[in-house]
Design a protein around this ligand. Structure first.
Ligand SMILES: [Zn+2]
Ligand SMILES: [Zn+2]
Length: 170
């Protein structure tokens, strides 16, 4: 989403409200796929006089990822705050600065940065998710298995585990 800030550049100090919907490509966060949908931004911007644009916005979105235990799809609502400064030239002293060209301020980068900050470190489909059986791989929320009964570990992966352990000893 591109904001036309031409009016603001001509009228420093004048505050302009805006509403926008933003789309972001799917990304990987801590090796999990994350997709933000229904991203809405609402806020205001103004030119600070030195040809920088100050922009503040409230951002809401739905984050889609997968449960860290059972790998089933999970979606969580995310609310974030954008407080960004845009300048024509990057400033080596200010790595948080965003750049813009002409009258066009692009919202994607600051919106993405703000949303990522608010993401949970791990997604859960439910707080007491039982996860996957480490031996046979069934989803223990939906099925039961007898792999862990009596702590006797059997199953297709146990032979592989022995193989790996033996090789580590060499
Ligand atoms: Zn789960
Ligand atoms: Zn099992």
């Amino acid at each position: 989403m591109t904001l036309d800030v031409g009016r603001a550049l001509k009228n420093p100090g004048q505050v302009y409200p805006f509403q926008a919907s933003v789309t972001l490509p799917e990304m990987e966060v801590l090796s999990d796929p994350v997709r933000f949908e229904d991203i809405r931004a609402e806020g205001e911007f103004f030119c600070t006089g030195d040809h920088r644009v100050s922009l503040r916005a409230q951002v809401g979105a739905t984050a889609h990822s997968r449960c860290c235990r059972c790998l089933e799809p999970v979606q969580v609502p995310v609310e974030a705050r954008v407080d960004a400064i845009f300048a024509k030239e990057p400033d080596p002293d200010d790595p948080d600065l965003y750049t813009f060209e002409g009258n066009a301020v692009e919202l994607e980068e600051p919106v993405k940065d703000a949303l990522l900050l608010e993401l949970p470190l791990q997604f859960f489909c439910k707080p007491d998710c039982k996860g996957l059986c480490p031996v046979c791989g069934v989803n223990l929320n939906q099925e039961t298995c007898s792999c862990q009964e009596g702590n006797v570990v059997t199953g297709p992966f146990s032979a592989l585990k022995d193989y790996v352990l033996n090789n580590e000893e060499v």
